[in-house]
Design a protein around this ligand. Structure first.
Ligand SMILES: *Cc1c(COP(=O)(O)O)cnc(C)c1O
Length: 230
């Protein structure tokens, strides 16, 4: 049996090799260890293995873990579907929120961030495969949403996030990653002042190499670090 440390080292090695082989600097790709449904003990093993970025999907579960583990030296990313009535907690606990997909949610995050005098880093999630079962703004709506987000003082738009349809052959995800890059370029062309747009949150255990080849800066890896979900 491999340990979390072995897995984490292995992933980092693969990220490095992939980045180098496509002419990118390895340190431009951040690995986010996705710890949803994993215990505090398991997250601690991830920390001991050297992970600094963690992704969580469920607010209540995340609050319980973060209250125990803390934020010192760790960057917490919210990557699950966020309801507006939970925005307050996401703002309080997370450095990044990857899943902003409606104006209503953006507005609420801005409002909650204002209350605690925080500039909240966000990404806009795009439903890149137009799947009914997935969250995310429509491809056509993404640019308009980022334009509106730019008017909110307490939001800092960091980039885009996507989750393509699942394929056992990761090569099939490539066109979706390319599409997200295209949308990002269209947004950058608009030169919005509070948008840095440096990040592309794309790539999971199955397809992160392809995502890195297409420009991902944040890969979200769960299964390949922590094993199958309980
Ligand atoms: C669970 C999850 C991941 C990690 O998926 P793995 O296939 O286990 O690596 C990444 N992103 C999101 C949004 C997830 O919900």
């Amino acid at each position: 049996m491999t340990t979390i440390k072995d897995n984490f080292d292995g992933i980092n090695k693969q990220i490095m090799d992939t980045a180098i082989s496509c002419g990118r600097k390895p340190d431009t790709v951040q690995v986010i260890a996705v710890s949803k449904r994993k215990s505090v003990e398991t997250v601690m093993k991830g920390i001991q293995a050297g992970a600094k970025h963690f992704g969580e999907n469920y607010i209540q579960e995340a609050i319980e873990k973060i209250n125990i583990i803390g934020k010192e030296g760790i960057c917490w990313h919210f990557i699950g579907h966020l309801q507006s009535n939970k925005a307050k907690f996401a703002v309080k606990y997370f450095e990044y929120i990857h899943t902003v997909d409606t104006l209503k949610l953006a507005k609420e995050i801005d409002k909650q961030a204002k209350k605690i005098d925080k500039i909240q880093k966000i990404l806009v999630q795009v439903n890149i495969g137009k799947e009914e079962t997935k969250s995310g703004t429509g491809i056509e709506e993404a640019i308009e949403l980022t334009k509106q987000i730019n008017t909110f003082e307490n939001l800092s738009l960091q980039g885009l996030m996507c989750m393509p349809p699942y394929f056992s052959d990761p090569e099939k995800a490539r066109t979706y990653f390319k599409l997200l890059v295209l949308i990002k370029e269209k947004i950058i062309a608009r030169k919005m002042d509070n948008a840095s747009m440096e990040h592309l949150s794309m790539g999971m255990s199955n397809d992160f190499k392809v995502a890195i080849e297409e420009g991902s800066t944040m890969v979200r890896i769960g299964t390949s670090i922590f094993g199958k979900r309980d």
